[in-house]
Design a protein around this ligand. Sequence first.
Ligand SMILES: O=c1ccn([C@H]2C[C@H](O)[C@@H](CO)O2)c(=O)[nH]1
Ligand SMILES: [Zn+2]
Length: 144
Amino acid sequence: MLQFSSETSRKETCFVTRDELCRAAAAMLDRAYIPYSHFPVGAALECADGTVFTGCNIENAAYGCTICAERTAIFKAVSEGHRDFVRIVIAGKSEDYCVPCGSCRQVMMEFAPEMEVICLNGQGQARSFRLRELLPYGFDQSWL
Ligand SMILES: O=c1ccn([C@H]2C[C@H](O)[C@@H](CO)O2)c(=O)[nH]1
Ligand SMILES: [Zn+2]
């Protein structure tokens, strides 16, 4: 868990700039455990109160046990009592913007259907989406 203090601080809580959030996501690329794919991904998730949770992808010899960077960050947040997500940055190293997989989109939909998803490529360029754009007609609690 990270708490940033910057000039963007509002009220008594600390809020992170988009740039800081992008840097936090990119810094997680070095933590990725990727002996099989060699495809590092980093993530930084901002909660409504300004708390930031980071994550990386963690692979396993039983490939299906692999967890994505986004879900690492989200599950860290939920397990610490945070469910109100504002935005997530996903950082990759390739030329293409690193977009979230279907499972991660579904997990984001559970908690924050209106959240912003910012995808970075290896050059640090960003492309921003709304989760609803990435997962139209997503399945949620309203169906149950
Ligand atoms: O958005 C994504 C897409 C893929 N991966 C990981 C899973 C696996 O470790 C590697 C290759 O799929 O990248 C993520 O962490 N996030
Ligand atoms: Zn994923």
